[in-house]
Structures are given as C-alpha cells and as structure tokens.
Design a protein around this ligand. Structure first.
Ligand code: HGY
Ligand code: MN
Ligand code: MN
Length: 413
C-alpha cells in the first residue's frame, strides 16, 4: 500500500516548530501575527515546491490546489490551521496542515493522479486566541459568520481583523463564502487522554461537542483599599470569584457531561490599593448535546445576575459564539476506518472535545477527522508532544481516505 514519507513529515513538523518558538518548547503564533505570517510563508513555499497553486480569500484562508483529471469537479479538501495559542504546542493544527502536505508529496512521489482535484486549506484564526470567535476563517468560508462581522473582530489591543489582514498582506481574491468542496478531511492530535490511555494510534472522530462562549462584565465601584469598610464595598472581583466558586461547586453534579473554563479575567484598571470596580471574564462552555449546553448557559447567566444583584453590582453578559454539537458524515468516517483497517492500524470511534474547522465544514459538506494520540493528553500547552510513528500513521489514514473519496465515481455520502 502507498505510504507517506514519515521522516519527511517529521522534518517538516520540526522545521515549522522553529517559527514562533517560545524557547520553552512550544510556539506562539497568534493569528495573522508576524510569526503566523512566517509559518504561512514557509507552508506556501513547500506547496509551490510540490507543484500546488495557491490562493487566499477575504479573511486570509489559504488554499493550495493539486490538479485532478476532472478539473471541473469540486475538490476533496484536507487541512487545519497554523495559528496557535499564546503558549501553544508544536502540533495542534500544524499536524493537520503538514499531514495534508505530506499526502500531496507522497502522491507526487508515486505519480498518482486523482479524478478530483485535491486542496489543502489553512484556516485563519482557528484558535480564537487573538480574535473571537474561534474557527473564524472556516466559519466565514462556510457562510456561518458574515464577512463584515468577522472583519470588525478586534484583539485585546483593539486591532481589528481587517487591520491585521491589511498589515499581514494575507487577504486574497477568492470569494467568501467559499465554494464547498466535495468532502473535507482533517487530521489532528486528540488533545485529550483517551487514545493514549487505550494504546490506540488512530481515532475516527464521530463528531464534535457543542461550544458556547460568554463574556461577562461586572461593574461595582472602585474604592479606597484602606478606608472602605467591607459593607460599603461593591467589589467586582469578589463577585466574580463568588460566581466562579459557586459554579465550580454546583455544576459537576448538575452537568456531569459538561466542561467549562474561565480562561480570561481582567480587572478594569488594576491597582494594589483600589477595590476593583470593573471586571471582565470569559466562559467557555462545552456539552455533547444542544439542550444541555443551552441549560448550562441559562443557568450560569442567572447565577451571574443573582450574585451581582445581591452585591449591588451591574452585570452585562454577551454570547460571543455558539457552535452546536455536530456529527461527522458517516461515509467519510467509513473511509477513514477502512483506511486504518487496511493499513492494519488499531482504531476506535471517538467524540471530539475540542472545536475544529472540520466541525464547521461538517455542517455544510461531508466531513470527518482522524485523531492521533498526544502525550498525557496535553495540549494548548508548550509541553504538547506526539510520537513520529503516530504522525505517520495518521497521515497514511488521511492519504487513503482522501484517495478513495477523490477517485470514487459518484460520492454518495
Ligand atoms: O477551542 C478549541 O476547542 C480549539 O482547540 N480551538
Ligand atoms: Mn486545533
Ligand atoms: Mn487549539
């Protein structure tokens, strides 16, 4: 059976990990930052060397196309993202982009022509670490996020996506929403402990859980730390702490399948000797079913308002992003499972806890994902690591699933 070149894939991953390296083993390549642009440039060079034609769209999504026998047919697409978390790992996203490139390189090595064109997509701002929402690029491509609204998104310095695109030169002429591919396949690290704990090299992903992002702003009153008695205080930070502690105590029994994270909390104008008057904090809620996710969101909003009111504090809550639980296409999952079986790789079905561009695409075209393990399930952390042999196995599964889809006469999903 056709195989990818494991050493070449690993070399590309190592080379890419030098771009935006933090010096502590990970990377910081925030969307459209100089580091992200450098990584895109390196990827583009490798694509040109592999004979691919490159194009970008209005939010900087980058597409690299390999011709097929029937040029007029919709391509089979692969891809992921090159942007990272502020203290990100070397494989989240990058692995999927470079595994896709390795598939192309292997097809070139063996002069394999496919019926359909193939395309690699490198999506803008998948992480949502710089601009909200996450999966911004694929959401604009899929028509779920209006372009104008995306361009207005601003980072913590007030730089809009439009300005960042202008400064980075990543914008291109391709239309948004984009033309849907025939199918989309994404290889990714699991970012959790399941596959490793079961000593499985491959996970065929059945779908993704729902995600909802809230932003809460509490406004009490700044006050003197040395003269203001406790009963006079309207301390926004203490209110936030009470809300988060109450939730941490109550939610596990109420929502046993759910996860939640407060990843950002800022005091308006922090000062050691002033009672915090204004606090903003984020909430990332995840749940495998839509009703449970909505129940959770309503519950925590009620608690925020209740605690704030009891402390004489104003509360404003905004829903920044809401992505419903989404299943992957059964046909595409089957192609991945059949490829793993033919290659002799042990594998199992698995639900994705993380959000991915493939989950956005899956709401618009047949899509599926293949996971490989990551050590101790660590991700969104500079210590993220994978085994070279697992990287190769995931890329081989991607290769054979994409080949099967691209050469099928008519793709009944
Ligand atoms: O948030 C997520 O789940 C993804 O890793 N960006
Ligand atoms: Mn990712
Ligand atoms: Mn991520």
């Amino acid at each position: 059976m056709l195989n990818i070149d494991s050493a070449r894939l690993w070399q590309s991953l190592l080379a890419m990990s030098q771009i935006g390296a933090t010096g502590r083993g990970g990377v910081c390549r925030l969307a459209l930052s100089a580091e992200d642009v450098a990584a895109r440039r390196q990827f583009s060079t490798w694509c040109q060397q592999a004979g691919l034609s490159l194009e970008s769209d209005a939010v900087g999504n980058l597409f690299a196309r390999r011709r097929g026998r029937c040029a007029e047919l919709a391509p089979v697409m692969m891809g992921s993202h090159l942007d990272s978390q502020p203290e990100g790992g070397n494989f989240d996203g990058v692995y999927g982009v470079l595994a896709a490139l390795e598939v192309i390189r292997a097809l070139n090595d063996h002069d394999v022509e496919t019926r359909r064109p193939l395309e690699i997509a490198c999506w803008t701002n998948e992480e949502g670490a710089r601009f909200a929402p996450a999966m911004l690029g694929s959401s604009v491509f899929a028509g779920e996020l209006p372009l104008e609204q995306a361009l207005r998104a601003a980072d913590s310095q007030g730089v809009t996506l439009a300005a960042a695109l202008q400064a980075s030169g990543c914008q291109g002429p391709r239309a948004t929403p984009g033309p849907m591919p025939d199918a989309y396949f994404e290889a990714h690290i699991e970012q959790g402990p399941v596959l490793e704990s079961r000593r499985l090299p491959i996970g065929v992903v059945s779908g993704g859980q729902g995600i909802l992002w809230l932003e809460a702003e509490l406004e009490g009153a700044g006050a003197h730390a040395g003269t203001t008695p406790r009963t006079y205080r309207r301390d926004a930070l203490q209110a936030a702490a009470a809300i988060l502690t109450q939730w941490e105590n109550d939610a596990p029994s109420r929502y046993p399948q759910a996860l939640w994270t407060c990843g950002q909390l800022t005091i308006g104008k922090p000062s050691r000797n002033t009672v915090p008057g204004k606090v903003q904090f984020s909430l990332d809620l995840r749940h495998p079913d839509a009703a449970g996710l909505q129940l959770m969101a309503n519950d925590i909003c009620e608690r925020i308002r209740g605690v704030a009111q009891a402390r004489g504090i104003a509360a404003r809550i905004e829903t920044l992003w809401h992505a419903p639980p989404t299943p992957f296409d059964a046909g595409c999952q089957r192609l991945l499972a059949e490829a793993a079986a033919r290659l002799g790789y042990p594998h199992q079905d698995i639900v994705s806890g993380a959000g991915h561009d493939a989950i956005v695409l899956a709401r618009h075209c047949p899509s599926a994902m293949v996971f490989i393990p990551c050590r101790d399930g660590i991700s969104h952390n500079e210590a993220e690591s994978i085994e070279p042999e697992h990287a190769a196995m995931g890329a081989n599964v991607l290769l054979h699933a994409v080949l099967a889809r691209a050469n099928a006469q008519d793709n009944a999903s």
